[in-house]
Design a protein around this ligand. Structure first.
Ligand SMILES: [Zn+2]
Ligand SMILES: [Zn+2]
Length: 433
């Protein structure tokens, strides 16, 4: 009897392990079969880039594909977003996968047969439009992942929500958009996902690599607007007015001491940058006001608030000392992107298996920002970087994301499809739970 029990348990274990290995092999076979389509979609989207909230053609391409796969498709979410649901044949949790769809006002300088020739007006100037952040690859990989997972519907223990998001780089001035608006319009409702995964292709990593970090991985990005108001007068007689240019200069220098003298940078890095100063129009006129714009980057919400408080304090007190007034406005378009520690730990074996142990790297924190952060505030999230530069690239010379010379080695895309699909299947199957 005892022997029989042991025998049957070992049979059960080995058959479960076999089912796992065979479903993994099936995912890989389906992913390999869809690779050439993913590359073709990517080239098509790359040749037809669209700015944030204007991704009409891209959204149409996505929706048509998802409908053909038999998914329940909702369009027009947050202007041009597409949300689709794949219901597996077995009950189980809900995983969301997210791709962003927007391009940038950048004029492409990469010589490719499918290089973008699109031109538009941006901020009053004519410019090219380019997928300089690689969101074309994100859309194509998620379309591929949808096809793979739809092909496994009969065995899928749970549901998959596909979120194709507009305007990750920010909506046009005066418009709402991006992840925050998608959430407002119900992208995470009915059903609410139990976990969300996202990928970003990166120029600073080689093809074949996956790079991730548990906890805070990308910064909150705030927009800082400071208006210094003085009193206009003749440049030859500054005592007749209040000079906002000198006050603005003092504020710029004063702000430098927040990071260098006031914050414990051994705990959390912070960046405060003034990126623009605008005031005055003639050599002998002291103007009424100076406007400055800048950004704050941080990885911790409490420190973020503290730095905002110090910026206001510094600007207001410097202005007051000179008889000027100041208005400080801080917008918060991007939150800290936090990879849920438990989810990161749970999915690490999947990432390691899919990329190979030597190809899974721990990311450094990045002071760039991602509006995936808003999804990850609502649902445990994991955001992974996918290597996009050819093997052997000299990373000191590489063109970063957002450069007109940004280049993606398309052999990266298969790993992206495999990563999205294996993360989904493993999570739904309860692996590592
Ligand atoms: Zn970007
Ligand atoms: Zn991006």
């Amino acid at each position: 009897m005892k022997r029989f029990v042991i025998f049957s348990v070992s049979l059960l274990v080995s058959s479960a392990a076999c089912a796992d290995a065979s479903s993994q092999a099936r995912v890989d076979a389906l992913a390999a079969a869809v690779e050439s389509k993913v590359i073709a979609w990517r080239r098509d989207i790359h040749a037809h880039p669209e700015l944030g909230n204007r991704e009409l053609r891209t959204a149409e391409l996505v929706a048509r594909h998802l409908r053909a796969l038999g998914l329940e498709v909702r369009t027009g979410v947050a202007h041009t977003g597409v949300v689709a649901l794949l219901r597996g044949s077995k009950p189980g949790p809900v995983v969301a996968l997210r791709a962003d769809m927007d391009a940038l006002p950048v004029t492409e300088e990469v010589h490719l047969p499918f290089a973008s020739k699109v031109r538009t007006q941006w901020a009053g100037k004519e410019t090219g439009v380019m997928h300089a952040c690689g969101h074309d690859t994100h859309v194509a990989m998620l379309m591929g992942a949808a096809e793979v997972l739809a092909g496994m519907k009969a065995d899928l223990p749970g549901s998959v929500k596909f979120i194709f998001q507009p305007a990750e780089e920010g909506p046009p001035p005066g418009e709402e958009g991006g992840a925050a608006l998608m959430i407002k319009q119900g992208a995470l409702d009915n059903p609410k996902p139990d976990a969300i995964f996202g990928l970003h292709i990166g120029a600073t990593y080689e093809v074949g690599q996956l790079v991730y970090r548990p906890g805070p991985v990308m910064a909150a990005a705030d927009v800082l607007r400071i208006t210094v108001k003085g009193r206009q007068t003749h440049g030859s007689a500054p005592w007749g007015g209040v000079d906002p240019i000198v006050v603005a200069a003092q504020i710029v220098l004063g702000l430098q001491t927040i990071v260098s003298r006031q914050v414990n940078i051994t705990k959390e890095p912070v960046v405060v940058t003034i990126g623009g100063i605008d005031g005055g129009n003639r050599f002998n006129i002291i103007p009424d006001k100076v406007e400055m714009v800048g950004t704050v980057r941080s990885f911790d919400e409490r420190l973020r608030d503290d730095v905002h408080r110090r910026i206001r304090l510094t600007a207001e007190n410097i202005a007051e000392a000179s008889g000027a007034t100041v208005e400080v406005a801080i917008e918060k378009p991007y939150a800290v992107t936090v990879n849920d520690p438990a989810l990161s730990e749970r999915m690490r074996p999947t990432l390691e298996r899919v990329a190979g142990q030597d190809n899974l790297r721990l990311a450094e924190r990045r002071t760039g920002a991602e509006d995936f952060s808003f999804f990850a505030q609502q649902v445990p999230g994991l955001f992974v970087f996918l290597g996009g530069s050819p093997k052997g690239t000299d990373m000191s010379q590489v063109a970063y994301n957002h450069s007109p010379r940004f280049y993606v080695d398309e052999s990266a895309l298969l790993l992206g499809v495999r990563t999205l699909t294996h993360l989904t299947i493993d999570y739904l199957s309860g692996a590592g739970k």
